[in-house]
Ligand binder design. Structure first.
Ligand code: NAD
Length: 321
């Protein structure tokens, strides 16, 4: 699908990854609907986009993805304003282990709600024009298919000091914060060592549950779309650490609850694996739009390997028997 001329709705669009996705969609010629609860930030960003891309390319709708009526209205307002809807990115998410039910409600229920609303507007078998849905997961999702992570491996990964990096930026350096694109050799080394795959985060069990749920739901609904000929491709993106405000949530007991004590360990992991910039995730959305063969795909993004995909063997494909 060409992004040029399409209409996209992005949740959690006022800052961080969603903000970068909005800009990338606009730069590729789409019109965009920004959905967020953050009123001031959303309005400020919309004003900035009007100046940069011209009025009429972006609208901002205040909406809480946990509220079915608000989200239903936001989708309808988008279609009423632009006349169609082609791309939906369910990106809004939080990290709150203390108020874990809220985390499930925003991250998982909000994403399911957004997917069903998107399908309602886009399904070809129900009179729509088809389209693309992207659901934002995380490398914290534990859907490892090949049994790579034994319990001790998992504990070592999550709780012990990080091992030396596979890819050193400077000789003797333990830091691995390079943001440049890896070369082919880097990619091959990482793949050969299976690092980092999708893996559970010991300090974020509920966040991990929501992000795993997103992958499971998305792969299943993608299969339903194929069988039911919805004409809608549905994929997930699972990035590693990304340089946004969400990372600061680990510094607060009111977010982390009992896992607050792992703050130093998480920072060590960030140092070891490196931190992505939001732009690469936004580029991932464009790649998913442009590659019409992808449905049910899990795009992983890491500092060391860039954009790549979880490989599922034939035994892990969704089946209808
Ligand atoms: P962020 O905190 O910078 O941005 C999240 C946005 O979502 C904010 O604008 C916030 O106002 C909005 N939001 C929160 N609750 C909402 C609700 N109920 N309704 C509507 N909007 C709501 O975080 P981010 O890092 O940009 O995260 C975006 C997505 O990427 C999340 O799903 C997150 O889990 C995922 N992710 C982030 C990282 C990371 O390291 N930052 C890594 C992997 C995946």
């Amino acid at each position: 699908m060409e992004v040029e001329g399409k209409v996209a709705l992005v949740t959690g669009a006022a800052q961080g990854i969603g903000k970068a996705i909005i800009r990338e969609l606009l730069e590729n010629g789409a019109s965009v609907s920004l959905i967020d609860i953050a009123v001031e930030k959303g309005e400020e960003y919309k004003t900035l986009l009007d100046e940069e891309f011209g009025e009429g390319k972006a609208i901002f709708i205040v909406c809480d993805v946990t509220n079915q009526d608000q989200l239903t209205d936001a989708f309808q307002q988008t279609v009423d304003h632009f006349g169609k809807l082609n791309i939906v990115v369910n990106n809004a998410g939080i990290n709150n282990e203390k108020n874990w039910e809220k985390t499930i409600n925003v991250n998982l229920n909000g994403m399911i709600r957004g997917t069903y609303l998107a399908l309602k507007h886009m399904r070809k078998d129900e009179g729509g024009e088809g389209g693309l849905i992207v659901n934002m997961s995380s490398l914290a999702a534990h859907t490892c298919t090949s049994g790579l992570f034994s319990r001790s491996h998992f504990i070592q990964r999550n709780l012990a000091p990080a091992p030396p990096p596979l890819i050193a930026t400077q000789s003797g350096s333990r830091a691995c914060t390079k943001l440049s694109q890896p070369n082919q050799q880097d990619r091959e080394r990482e793949r050969a060592a299976h690092v980092p795959g999708l893996m559970p985060a010991a300090h974020q069990p509920v966040y991990t549950a929501t992000k795993s749920g997103i992958i499971g739901f998305t792969r299943a609904i993608a299969a339903a779309s194929e069988v039911g000929q919805y004409g809608v491709r549905i994929n997930t993106i699972a990035p590693g650490f990304v340089n946004t405000a969400l990372l600061q949530s680990i510094e607060h007991e009111e977010n982390m609850g009992e896992y607050y004590k792992y703050e130093a360990n998480i920072k060590e992991m960030m140092n070891h694996y490196g931190i992505l910039e939001p732009l690469i995730v936004a580029k991932g959305v464009i790649e998913l739009a442009e590659n019409d063969t992808l449905n049910g795909a899990v795009m992983k993004i890491t500092v060391s390997a860039g954009i790549h995909y979880e490989e599922y063997g034939p035994q892990y494909q969704a089946k209808i028997i």
